[in-house]
Design a protein around this ligand. Sequence first.
Ligand code: SF4
Length: 389
Amino acid sequence: MSAPVIQGWCPGALRPMMSGDGLVVRVRPRGGRLTPGQAKGIAELSARYGNGLIDLSARANVQLRGVSEAGHGALIAGLAALGLIDETAEAEARRNITVTPFWQEGDGVQDVAATLASALAAPDAPQTPGKFGYAIDCGPVPVLQGVSADIRIERARGGLCVRPDSAATGAFATAATVAPRALELARWFLASGGAPAGRGRMAAHLAAGARVPDLFREVPAAPHGPAPAPVPGPAPTGYLVGVEFGQLAAHTLAALSGCGALRVTPWRMLLIEGAEAPPDLPGLIAGPHNPLLRVSACTGAPGCPQAHVATRALARALGQSLPAGLGLHVSGCAKGCAHPGKATLTLVGRPGSTVDLIRDGATTDAPSACGLDPAGLTLSSLIEIDDAP
Ligand code: SF4
């Protein structure tokens, strides 16, 4: 089995990543929100300089795929005109912020997001690893506990709490002190050896025995368990729509831009501000019972150079009739980009364009069946293998 390649950094707009279908250009919407003009502009730029496909990422970003190296400069100029480009690649890499999409006018969430983004833009802001990020989860109800982040900003004691990920306590903060506190914690993470060789995450650092400064021990975290991921449907500030496998076509994004501002969520869904019903557009998932909501599939072949098989057509064919209670993950290789956790049925591409089946496991777990031909697979055949003693 060939081992997946670990890149160790996240692509940005100024520092894109080459993939099998061209450059992947990741755009980080400010405050997790795209105005109608920005969404329309991204759709036009995707169609002009990319292959017309746009990913929604697990960090609430949007990725334009299939961009040529020759077109990258013009694309960046277009994105800059939309207000979506940072001063430098370093500043862009630092601005790794996920914002609760359920903020409401006057609750201060967007102010916190703007203040933190401004602090991270300073040239002397801590240059944390590419995957290191911040979650702003101080909306009406916390919803980001299950979303990857290293520094969490939540509500506590009538104010805010800046909490290291996985810690039971954090530092009390106000709107004025929240950004300095967050950067102080990031500086401590680096100074205390959290990122040897430029890589590292907060939870692993604490698990290895690092002790946070006393300042971050003063406020207990709010007592809440992990929030389940939201499902498509009406939300207090609009309508939440999913997209198949977290990817939408440029023309779909252009049509959505006509419905209102879009909040990009870390669950690969978009919240259409102010909408009371979903638009009727191909590829949108408008309700909670669509079985494709329980199906994950990465880019696969030919878009990803590490993929051994095409993933999405297989996932769509098998997933359309997935019985309630089952989850399906189709991964082009063992890296498992689309779904790092377990699924009832996991198919992993192997050299020779075959797949292995893993039951109730993740892509790196031991398979129940190996060397299956994707062309001959049906859901019932998979479940029969799955049920075999
Ligand atoms: S899991 Fe999929 S997208 Fe990730 S590296 Fe493997 S083939 Fe590529």
